[in-house]
Write a protein that binds this ligand. Structure first.
Ligand SMILES: [Zn+2]
Length: 333
C-alpha cells in the first residue's frame, strides 16, 4: 500500500519537478554522431517545418501550449532558422484560449503558416470530397492570420498520407495544384512525435533518469536519420539535395529544439527556407504507390520505385512505448 501511495504522490506532484524547464547543459550523444563525416565538407541544407499547430500530443499539467511555441520560436531565432513553416489544423485553434495566441506568436516572429487540413483526418476515413473540403475549410483561418495566399498555400499531408489509391492520390494532387498549392514533401522524419507521450509519462512519475535517457535517444535518432536521409538522397539522385525536416509542436520537441538545432549544426547542417528546398527539381517528381501512398519523398522513391538505399536506422519505437509505463520505472528512494 505504501508503495502505491508513493506512486500516487509522484503522479500528483511529479510533473512539477524542474526537469522540464532545466535540461542538462550537455546531453549524451553517441560519439560517432557528434562530428560530421570527414569526407564531405559540403553543408547539408535543411528546411525546418513544424506540424500540428497549434496543439500536438500530451503536455505536462504545468505547461501551456503557448509556452511550447515560444520555446521553439526562441530556438529558431537563436539559431537563425529562416521562415520556418508551421502547418496548421484550424479545428484546434478554438480549443483553448492560448491556441490562437500561439498561432499569432508564430506570425509575429516572422514565420509563415501553411495548410495541414482542418482537423487532421486520415485520408482513409473520408471520401474524396470530404477530404478536399478539409483542405479548403482550413483556409479561412490561414487567410486571417497570413493574408497572402501564396504564403499559406503550402500543404502538408496529415500522417504523410498522399492517397489511398492511385486515383485518389492524383485527384488530391490536382485539387491542390488547381488551388495554387505546393506540397511540402518531407525528406527527414525521425518520429519526433513518438517521444512526447513517454516524456509526459516519465515526468509524471518523476523519473529523471528516464527523461535523461529520452534526451539522448531523441538526439541520437535525430542525427542517425539526418545522416541516413543525406546518404540515401545522394545514392538515389547522385548528388546532395536540400532537405525538408518534419517536426511537431509537442512538449518534448519544444524542450529539445535548441539542443537538436545545435546537434544538427555540429553535423554540418545549414538552415534554409522551405521555398529554397522545394526549388530543387527532386520535389517535382513524387512517386505514387498502387495502394496507399504514404511517407517521405525518400520512402516513396524506395517503396514505389524500388531505388537502392542505405540500410535504415532502427526506430526506437518499442523502447519509447515501454518507458515509464508502470510504478517499477519510478525512482526507488
Ligand atoms: Zn500532422
Amino acid at each position: 500500500m505504501t508503495h502505491r501511495f508513493e506512486v500516487l504522490l509522484l503522479l500528483l506532484f511529479g510533473a512539477c519537478r524542474p526537469t522540464a524547464a532545466h535540461p542538462p547543459a550537455t546531453i549524451p550523444v553517441a560519439p560517432d554522431l557528434e562530428t560530421r563525416a570527414q569526407d564531405n565538407d559540403d553543408p547539408i541544407r535543411v528546411a525546418i517545418t513544424v506540424d500540428d499547430l497549434p496543439a500536438h500530443g500530451p503536455v505536462p499539467p504545468d505547461v501551456t501550449r503557448l509556452s511550447l511555441h515560444q520555446r521553439m520560436l526562441e530556438a529558431f531565432a537563436v539559431h537563425q532558422a529562416p521562415r520556418v513553416y508551421g502547418f496548421v489544423n484550424a479545428a484546434r485553434a478554438a480549443d483553448a484560449p492560448d491556441h490562437l495566441a500561439a498561432l499569432h506568436a508564430w506570425v509575429d516572429a516572422g514565420h509563415p503558416l501553411g495548410n495541414h487540413t482542418f482537423s487532421h483526418p486520415r485520408m482513409q476515413d473520408l471520401d474524396l470530397s470530404a477530404y478536399l473540403a478539409e483542405i479548403d475549410g482550413n483556409e479561412p483561418l490561414l487567410a486571417e492570420l497570413v493574408h497572402d495566399p501564396s504564403v499559406y498555400r503550402k500543404f502538408r499531408y496529415p500522417f504523410l498520407i498522399e492517397g489511398t489509391s492511385e486515383a485518389t492520390t492524383l485527384a488530391v494532387r490536382e485539387h491542390l495544384r488547381s488551388r495554387g498549392y505546393r506540397v511540402a514533401e518531407v525528406t527527414i522524419d525521425f518520429f519526433d512525435w513518438a517521444f512526447n507521450p513517454p516524456y509526459v509519462r516519465c515526468l509524471s512519475l518523476g523519473d529523471d533518469e528516464a527523461v535523461t535517457r529520452l534526451r539522448g535517444l531523441f538526439l541520437d535518432h535525430a542525427l542517425r536519420m539526418l545522416q541516413w536521409s543525406d546518404a540515401a538522397a545522394k545514392q538515389m539522385y547522385g548528388r546532395a539535395i536540400p532537405h525538408v525536416l518534419l517536426l511537431h509542436v509537442g512538449a518534448f520537441g519544444a524542450e529539445m529544439m535548441a539542443p537538436l538545432l545545435t546537434a544538427y549544426e555540429r553535423s554540418g547542417v545549414e538552415w534554409i527556407t522551405l521555398d529554397e528546398a522545394l526549388a530543387d527539381p527532386v520535389y517535382l517528381d513524387v512517386p505514387i504507390e498502387p495502394g496507399v501512398t504514404q511517407g517521405t519523398l525518400l520512402d516513396l522513391m524506395i517503396e514505389a520505385r524500388g531505388v537502392a538505399h542505405p540500410p535504415r536506422p532502427i526506430q526506437p519505437t518499442a523502447e519509447l512505448d515501454a518507458m515509464c509505463r508502470s510504478a517499477s520505472s519510478a525512482p526507488r528512494d
